[in-house]
Design a protein around this ligand. Structure first.
Ligand code: 3PG
Length: 385
């Protein structure tokens, strides 16, 4: 696809679709990782002499009802501080024109306030296109949505291209999945096998080893014939788990951390995996298992990480995830991590600088790993022809 960095942007009106969908409390952004991730793109456009407009969705408001709680105002303020520049929030842009004063960046108010955004309405896409000379799709986190601001607009903009963040994400994912250095190891954590079936299917075909964690692991532990007590698991997916185990090496825990209740006060006990009691639930992998998995990570050529292996939000059930996070950081493998919980774990254990690539995508990251085509990328490909 055409890249922003290959175009002459001097004096042009450049409309950049970012994923500025960040958590907000009151009028404060509580995690700005996604905002920091798009700074290089914005800076590159400014340095190239562009007149910069940004657009994004925030949350899932009802279309046509611009509720204040979904306003991008806190994002404009926060971005302005990060960029040390005025970021002006523009609410009136549906007439297809926006004034951009010298030195300012304009942020268009939440695109999901607009009727037709989610159903990729043609007229709305044309309105976005009329605002710019160059449309830059840079929102990897929203690239799995075929919506007017991520997909339709690419067809009508005079020029459409991929921004550096999107291009970088695609390169990193390709490196991890299309041409992985071996052995390739994936960690898939989370609560349910049923929500990660497609990811597990795709990775079981690509990986040399697949580590499962959390409630997902409990279903595999049950499939291996062990009692999982009160642990979260899906009995109806035990056969499916067995089928995965026949396809790829899935190292299972030899010891686990259990408790009789799920709470911050719960007492954690380490047990061999074959001794879980009927009134107990598995909330983390045990220290021997964590050590064994850490050694696998150390020797890997490629690591793909999605999801924690325990209830890491509660300290006594976070040691497994912490050990693996540190092993990933210490490994010389090319490592890529994605998904909301995974990023929270990376933050908690302070290993962000030592993971090779941290994706800004949640759902988009998973869909890419599943082998699905991302509609926003397909639209750029079509527009580049
Ligand atoms: C995300 O947070 O995964 C993206 O911003 C997409 O948001 P959506 O699931 O509401 O489309």
């Amino acid at each position: 696809v055409r890249k922003m960095t290959d175009l002459d942007l001097a004096g042009k009106r450049v409309l950049i679709r970012e994923d500025l969908n960040v958590p907000i409390k009151g009028d404060q952004v509580t995690s700005d990782a996604r905002l920091r991730a798009c700074l290089p793109t914005i800076q590159a456009a400014l340095d190239a002499g562009a007149r910069v407009m940004l657009m994004s969705h925030l949350g899932r408001p009802t279309e046509g009802e611009p509720a204040d709680e979904f306003s991008l105002a806190p994002v404009a303020t926060h971005l302005g501080k990060l960029l040390n520049r005025e970021v002006r929030l523009e609410k009136d842009y549906l007439d297809g024109s926006v004034e951009i004063a010298d030195g300012e960046i304009v942020l268009l108010e939440n695109v999901r306030y607009n009727k037709g955004e989610k159903k990729d309405d043609e007229a709305l896409a044309k309105t976005y296109a009329a605002l710019c000379d160059v449309y830059v799709m840079d929102a990897f986190g929203t690239a799995h949505r075929a919506q007017a601001s991520t997909h339709g607009v690419a067809r009508y903009a005079p020029t459409a291209c991929a921004g550096p963040l999107l291009a970088g994400e695609l390169d990193a994912l390709e490196k991890a999945l299309a041409t992985p250095a071996r052995p390739m190891l994936a960690i898939v954590g989370g609560s349910k096998v049923s929500t990660k079936l497609d990811v597990l299917t795709a990775l079981s075909e690509k990986c040399d080893q697949l580590i499962v964690g959390g409630g997902i692991a409990n279903t595999f532990i049950a499939a291996a014939g062990y009692n999982v007590g009160k642990s979260l698991h899906e009995a109806d997916l035990i056969d499916q788990a067995k089928a995965f185990m026949a396809k790829v090496e899935i190292p299972l825990p030899s010891d686990v951390v259990v408790a009789t209740e799920f709470s911050e006060q719960a007492e954690a006990t380490v047990k061999p995996v074959d001794q879980v009691g009927d009134d107990e639930m598995i909330l983390d992998i045990g220290p021997d298992t964590a050590q064994r998995f850490a050694e696998l990570l150390e020797n890997a050529g490629t690591i793909l990480w999605n999801g924690p292996v325990g209830v890491f939000e509660i300290d006594q059930f976070g040691k497994g995830t912490e050990t693996l996070a540190r092993a990933i950081a210490a490994s010389s493998a090319f490592s890529i991590a994605g998904g909301g919980d995974t990023l929270a774990a990376i933050d908690k254990y302070g290993v962000a600088d030592d993971v090779s690539y941290i994706s800004t995508g949640g759902g988009a990251f998973l869909e890419y790993v599943e082998g699905k085509q991302l509609p926003a990328v397909a639209a750029l490909e079509a527009a580049s022809r």
